[in-house]
Structure formats: C-alpha cells, structure tokens
Design a protein around this ligand. Structure first.
Ligand SMILES: Cc1ncc(COP(=O)(O)O)c(C=O)c1O
Length: 445
C-alpha cells in the first residue's frame, strides 16, 4: 500500500480545539490528556447512524445471526442456578472455566497455553490499554503497521507513547521495512518497547500477514529486543474457514496475544483476554485489578455457558458466510462503480476494505460532501498517528445489507467523480477553502 504525504496536523498531537478552550478545567488536566482527542470515527458514528445514510464507516459486528432465544434462556438459567456467584465480584484474573475454554479457542491457531497465563479483560481494548500502561513511559516508541487500529492509537497516545508506522503491502507488514525502522530508532537513541501488529484480516487495511513472513518478523523483534503485541480479534473470520498460525504459537516468551469475543460472539458483553508471557502475567493481573477490580463475572459466565452448550463453531461459520456475502458485494460494487485511478485491498476475512483514491483528493475534506450524498466512510488519517492517510479511506462492509452496500458504493463513486473533477480544475482539494465542519455533525446531513 502506498504511503502519501502528511496532511494537516498529526492526529495524536492535536492541541485543544477552540471548543475545548471553553472548558474551565483546561489548566487542570494531566499532560497526557493532550493526546486524548476524539477519534474521527467516533465523531462519525452519530451522523452515520441516521437511516438515510449508508454507513460504511463503523466496524460494528453484524449480530443478526445470533440465537437470541437460546441466549435468553441461558442467561435466565445462569441467574436461577448460579445468580449469587454471577452477580458477585470475581477475581481480576477471570473466571477459571472461561480461561480454560479460551485456551481451547487459541489452540485453533496453534497456541499451546496454560489457563493461568490468560487474563480476562473488558474487551481486547482493555488489554491494549493495560499492555501500554505496563510497558510504555512517555516518549517510548511503539512500532505499528501503517495504517493501524484507531483504538490502539488512542491507547498509545493516552500513555504518551510515540508511534512509528511501518508500511504494509498486500502480504501485510513488510519485514525489511520493520528492520529499517528498528535500526533507525536504535541509531536515534529511541527506546522501542513493542511492535503492535494485527496479523489477520487487518483493521483497517483488510490484508493478512503472509505465513512466510511470520517467523522473520518474530526474529527481527527478538534481535532488536522488542516485544510483539499480537492483536487478533478477527482470526477466526477467514471466509473459507482458513486460519493462520498465531505469532504467539511459535514465540511464547516474546509475544503478548490479545483475543476477543467481540467479533465471534457478542461485542456488547465486552469480554476479551490477554495471553501474556508467564513472567508478565502477574503484573497484568495487578494492572487489571487497578483498572476494574475484576471483569464482569456475569458476562464471563454467559460467554462460558454459550461456549459449553452452543455450537459456537457453527455460529462463527454463519457469521463468516454473512460477512463473505457482504465482502463479495462491496468488491463487485467497487469494481463496477469506482472511477479509474482508485485501488483497494481484497480481504479474505474480517470486516474492512482499504481504498486509495487518486492524487488531489483528500478523503477527510471529502467526507462532509459524502455524508450529504448519504454515504459515510472512515477517512484514512484517523488510522495514522502521524497525519498520513489523506488519500485513503476505510470501508466497512460488515453491517449493511449487500443491497445497501452496493447503493453506498454507488453514491460514494459519484462523490469521488465530482471531487476528482474539482481537483482537475482547481488543484488539490485539501488546499481549497472547505466550508463547514470537517468532522460532520448530524446537521450536515
Ligand atoms: C484490531 C482491533 N483490536 C481491538 C479491538 C477492540 O475490540 P474489543 O471489542 O474486544 O475491545 C478492535 C475492535 O474493533 C479491533 O478492530
């Protein structure tokens, strides 16, 4: 994937906006809050959820295939049979039986783990927060793919870590560029704490790290004494049922693995986990305890009972089929409608397509006009900590119906065509005066 020039101010370093300056507490905030800015994606959710807008913006899992009747009966059983445990505090480590089940799930991607080394978290987002808290002092460097998951960038910014992006191609992270970035950081005397990577069905890029590259990436990190944080919420959502060997499966002492039930079961339950090297486990439990005391016992018991009594692999297959149908719809619509000069990735699992538009079009500047045309996407700059991505956008195909996806892409193509016309006539769109807010409010629609 091509990198392009930075646009405007790097998102992780934004100063307080005029609106925040009205905040009477401004002088009181800790220095680290300077990196806490609302993600472009969050600002979009309100607009994109209006029914007339086809939202290709948010990455909400499509839960329609869940067996709600079965689940409601199971929830009632938990309360009736074990309510006083389910509604009580639990251990910061997580419910033991669920930790065992999590080990069985990870075995599908080649991981041999002991339940003691699994720490249950409130979604893998909490895992990201804890890992960053444990390892990063202000100014430490985290290496991440460019682009990368916006929630991870938020955690890194919150702990004042600096992100160095390494480019991907259609085979995922490029090992030679990783080595280069690590060598450069070393030369510059910067402390690199970990590589954050999403090897499977990447968010937002939609690519998967080639199996042949995995050992090399682990080797490079070991050579440079850098930990690997492997974030894998989509690993079981390969459209042909294919799975890839987890990085953690071959390097248990140098990989922290993050897992989640958000994409394979129910995101609202907020149950995820961290599998840490044994030596890190205790610190993780302490960090989890200070954050939440314990993850919700009730939710863990719901997940555990679901895994024990339901055909959860069959359920994941249903999800996969659902997403594959939507992936097919978006790829054929992109082929049919998008103007020449655009390119995009071809995911074989997960939720996302990453689109690159022609020179002269700025996807962030274009967004209000797209929303006015009743289609929303996530502009590329939100997925970089350093202002790159102005010619990229992420399209999520996970949620709308195939028909709505096709219609959304058709609308997007029309906006892009007129944007390209303007760019041809007047030059770079980002350089022109943009009327209206860049992050659209609901009033823009
Ligand atoms: C790559 C990645 N990591 C982590 C998360 C957070 O997931 P969870 O719901 O488990 O907190 C997401 C959610 O979209 C994601 O895409």
């Amino acid at each position: 994937m091509t990198e392009n020039r930075p646009s405007q101010r790097p998102s992780g370093l934004q100063k307080h906006s005029g609106r925040q300056n009205l905040d009477p507490h401004l002088e009181r905030y800790a220095a680290r809050t300077a990196g806490m800015t609302a993600s472009e994606i969050r600002a979009l959710f309100a607009v994109a959820s209006r029914p007339e807008v086809v939202s290709l913006a948010g990455g909400m899992p499509n839960l329609a295939a869940l067996p709600l009747d079965t689940l409601s009966a199971q929830v009632a059983e938990i309360i009736a049979e074990d309510g006083l445990v389910a509604l009580q505090y639990g251990s910061a480590h997580g419910v033991p039986v669920l930790r065992e089940q999590i080990c069985e799930i990870m075995a599908l991607e080649g991981i041999k783990a002991h339940p003691d080394d699994v720490v249950v978290t409130v979604g893998s987002q909490m895992g990201l927060d804890m890992v960053t808290r444990l390892f990063c002092d202000p100014g430490d460097v985290v290496i991440a793919e460019g682009p990368s998951y916006v929630g991870a960038l938020g955690s890194f910014a919150a702990y004042q870590a600096q992100v160095v992006h390494v480019a991907m191609d259609d085979q995922g992270l490029v090992p030679s560029l990783l080595r280069e970035a690590l060598d450069q950081a070393k030369k510059a005397g910067r402390r690199v704490k970990f590589l954050y990577t999403i090897p499977n069905f990447h968010n937002p890029a939609g690519v998967t790290l080639a199996v042949e590259r995995r050992a090399e990436i682990l080797e490079i990190c070991r050579e440079h004494n850098v930990l690997v944080v492997e974030d894998n919420p989509y690993g079981l959502l390969g459209f042909d049922g294919q799975t890839y060997p987890a990085l953690r499966s071959t390097d248990p002492d140098n990989v922290v693995y993050l897992g989640s039930f958000s994409k394979t079961f129910a995101s609202g339950l907020r149950v995820g986990w961290v599998l840490a090297p044994h030596a890190v486990r205790e610190k993780l439990v302490l960090a989890a305890e200070s954050a939440t005391l314990c993850p919700p016992t009730f939710n863990q018991m719901i997940v555990s009972r679901y895994l024990a009594t339901h055909d959860w692999k069959g359920q994941i297959k249903k999800f996969r089929e659902n997403y594959r149908e939507r992936r097919d719809a978006i790829l054929s619509a992109l082929d049919q409608y998008l103007p020449p000069g655009c390119s995009w990735t071809k995911p074989d699992g997960g939720f996302y397509v990453w689109v690159t538009v022609p020179e002269g079009v700025d996807t962030k500047a274009m967004l209000p006009r797209a929303v006015t045309a009743r289609v929303a996407y996530a502009s590329g700059t939100g997925f970089y900590a350093d202002g790159f991505g102005s010619r990229q956008m992420r399209l999520s195909y996970c949620y709308p119906t195939p028909e709505r996806i096709r219609e959304g892409v058709r609308r997007l193509a029309a906006v892009l065509e007129s944007e390209m016309d303007l760019a041809r006539t007047f030059g770079n769109v980002s350089a022109r005066q943009i009327q209206g807010p860049q992050n659209p409010s609901p009033d823009t629609v």
